[in-house]
Write a protein that binds this ligand. Structure first.
Ligand SMILES: Cc1ncc(C[n+]2csc(CCOP(=O)(O)OP(=O)(O)O)c2C)c(N)n1
Ligand SMILES: CC(=O)[C@@H](O)[C@H](O)COP(=O)(O)O
Ligand SMILES: [Mg+2]
Length: 659
């Protein structure tokens, strides 16, 4: 067993080519065995085994920086850099599913948002140049990530510095989840097809070099003609047009060929692209046969068959998927957009039913938002389905293209709130704060499957402004019935009749947290604290009836699966102030910090977003404010005071009581 003897990259140096191939086989066996138990990005990592081995033999990490885009394909990198306990991969206290500076000095980029690696590399290369360092920078970017706009912003800068060493490895497996789309993918395909051409030329070179006298000169002529020939077979590589040296295409599973190409690139002394052809899911039949996404991200599976260990029940995504198909039949103006995640966001069924009404723009969320503005202006109603965290990068486009022009675009944010196991950059915890500042934009946070259907339908009816429907990852909870309606708000629980005149707490429950909020109310009830629970359904703008409803209570409590700063609780506090309703408000949500990977439940417990935690804090707040009698006596005493002489009833500002 070679793998267990690899404690760091330098342990690779002593292995022969045969041993390296054996190591690659051992790593594949390890990956299938380990990831089938924990879940994770099996397909992408099976595709980069030889590439990662070659990278760590040619470059000297951590002095040289080996950078990975998105980082989901970092498992092999971890195995070769001293981390081989995958038993708790992506779980609390175990290895992260992405690079982690806390885990290793070999890790640099922790951000799991795609298309940023070239920017990182360009900055590091500039730093090396300015500081006179000879260290190398090598950035690995997938063909999918290469469809992201930021990659091209970086390439534009990289290409301008002809003498600044930087190695870019394009890991071209022809797929994001599904086959990679767009003009770039087509160009890469053209370069791939010259692969046969390269092999032809390589064979020709051997033959000619063995031909006495005329062979060599003839080869030089042919080689000189190569560019012309290549142009003839394949359009001139855009990379070379950009001024970037291009090496490839290289067989991304041939360690010898990889090392040769990487050594050439390392010595080049300027920006150079090494185009590697790899196979996502390589070496594992169940992955290779998975047409949808080559086992891009799997749950726990049977290693022999690749079949899921446990069947997943109805989840938020499938509820959306089915309602979208119904809407598609009812309204021909509804079109769908995805940023390279058709199936993960639940648009695959819509695409099957309406193939010409769905657009996969590649990993290009900013373009998706602007294209949606164009589609809406053109008379259609686009629904852009995207993970909440990935919409962060399109904030300006939502604000200045969609909202400024009052475009009827619906953004469906999946994976909103804490997702947990994919780490800090995957939590969908910023959307309701970022989007609070967008004039005219409306936000819905459905609490169950029925509300997803209802609020999606309400959203697509809005044509003069952007709408947002945001819901969690995974299984959708049981239906939460309303017992009444006040304004646009569903009443989920009324106080006991004895307390109906002035209940203690108005609890505003946002989205999927409704079951937990009802549990809070039960716990408060046990403390003799009466509660009204409402679900605003549309959390932006704040319901006009909310301030008056609040005033009939003694305390307002808001609970949301979003960062507290600028969230729904803040918006409600502001709405109360603007309405002249001064009363205690306590907003519960996600603290403004990056959250380590753990299960959603574990993260929620860590940040105190659980029913017992909330109930305990609300009980303390209510008791601090004093019993109902005291506060009313104080209020009536103040009212009796001649104006301007006595202290008015000390009104507690609507500012939330902070942690
Ligand atoms: C901004 C952003 N959008 C979407 C995703 C979701 N995502 C993760 S990996 C992936 C596909 C990446 O394809 P590629 O770069 O070719 O890497 P491969 O998985 O093929 O190795 C996508 C779309 C993401 N991580 N970041
Ligand atoms: C790396 C990446 O961004 C995606 O592959 C993501 O990890 C998938 O997340 P889900 O498992 O929630 O679909
Ligand atoms: Mg790819």
């Amino acid at each position: 067993m070679l793998l267990t003897h690899i404690r760091g990259p330098r342990d690779l140096d002593r292995l022969t080519l045969e041993q390296l191939d054996q190591l690659a086989a051992e790593i594949r066996t390890f990956l299938v065995d380990a990831v089938s138990k924990t879940g994770g990005h099996l397909g992408p990592n099976l595709g980069v085994v030889e590439l990662t081995i070659a990278l760590h033999r040619v470059f000297d990490s951590p002095r040289d920086k080996v950078l990975l885009d998105t980082g989901h394909q970092s498992y092999v990198h971890k195995l070769l850099t001293g981390r081989q306990d995958f038993s708790k991969l992506k779980s609390k206290g175990g290895l992260s599913g992405y690079p982690s500076r806390a885990e290793s000095e070999h890790d640099v980029i922790e951000n799991s948002h795609a298309s940023t690696v070239l920017g990182w590399a360009e900055g590091l290369a500039k730093a090396n140049e300015l500081l006179g360092k000879q260290d190398h920078v090598v950035a690995v970017i997938g063909d999918g990530a290469l469809t992201g706009g930021m990659a091209w912003e970086a390439l534009n800068n990289i290409a301008a510095a002809k003498n600044r060493p930087l190695v870019i490895v394009v890991n071209d497996n022809e797929r994001s989840y599904a086959p990679t789309i767009g003009g770039l993918a087509n160009h890469l395909a053209t370069l791939r097809t010259t692969d046969g051409y390269e092999r032809f030329l390589a064979r020709g070179k051997d033959l000619l070099e063995r031909t006495p006298v005329v062979g060599r000169p003839l080869y030089e002529t042919l080689h000189g003609a190569k560019k012309g020939l290549k142009d003839f077979i394949a359009p001139q590589g855009m990379f070379e047009d950009l001024g970037l040296k291009y090496v490839g295409p290289i067989d991304g599973h041939d360690i010898e060929a990889l090392e040769s190409a990487l050594q050439r690139a390392k010595r080049f002394g300027g920006p150079v692209i090494v185009h590697c052809l790899t196979e996502k899911g390589r070496g594992y039949q169940p992955a290779l046969q998975d047409e949808a996404d080559r086992f891009h991200a799997v749950g726990k599976i049977h290693p022999d068959t690749g079949l899921p260990i446990s069947a997943s029940g109805a989840d938020w995504t499938s509820v959306f998927a089915e309602e979208m198909v119904k809407l598609g039949h009812e309204r021909e103006d509804i079109v769908a957009i995805t940023a390279a995640m058709l199936q993960p966001v639940g648009l695959d069924k819509f695409a099957k039913a309406f193939p010409n009404r769905v657009y996969d723009v590649g990993i290009a969320e900013q373009h998706a938002a602007v294209s949606a503005a164009g589609l809406a202006t053109g008379g259609l109603h686009p629904v852009f389905a995207v993970y909440a965290t990935f919409l962060n990068r399109a904030f300006d486009q939502v604000l200045m293209d969609v909202a400024l022009h009052k475009c009827g675009v619906t953004f469906v944010l999946d994976r909103a709130g804490i997702t947990g196991t994919d780490g800090a950059s995957h939590n969908g915890m910023w959307d309701m704060s970022l989007l609070q500042v967008v004039p005219g934009l409306r936000i819905a946070a459905p609490r169950d499957a029925d509300q997803v259907r209802a609020q999606l339908r309400e959203a697509v009816e809005v044509d003069g402004a952007p709408t947002v429907v945001r819901y969690s990852k995974g299984a959708v909870g049981p239906a939460v019935r309303a017992v009444g309606r006040i304004g646009g708000m569903d009443v989920l629980r009324e106080p006991a009749p004895a307390d109906a005149d002035r209940p203690d707490v108005l609890l505003v429950s946002v989205g999927a947290l409704a079951p937990m909020c009802l549990e809070v109310a039960d716990l408060l009830d046990k403390q003799g604290i009466s509660t009204t629970v409402v679900d605003p359904r549309w959390v932006k703008p704040v319901d006009e009836e909310l301030p008056a409803l609040a005033e009939r209570h003694r305390v307002v409590v808001t609970v949301e699966d979003n960062i507290r700063v600028g969230g729904v609780g803040s918006a409600i506090a502001q709405a109360l102030r603007d309405s002249g309703v001064d009363m205690p408000l306590r907003d519960f949500g996600i603290p403004p910090r990056f959250l380590d990977h753990a299960s959603r439940k574990e993260v929620m417990a860590e940040i105190g977003l659980t029913a017992p935690d909330i109930a305990r804090q609300v009980t303390g707040l209510v008791s601090r404010i004093g019993g109902r009698y005291e506060s009313e006596a104080a209020a009536s005493a103040a009212a009796a005071e001649p104006a301007g002489t006595g202290a008015a009833a000390q009104s507690t500002a609507a500012e939330p009581v902070r942690d």
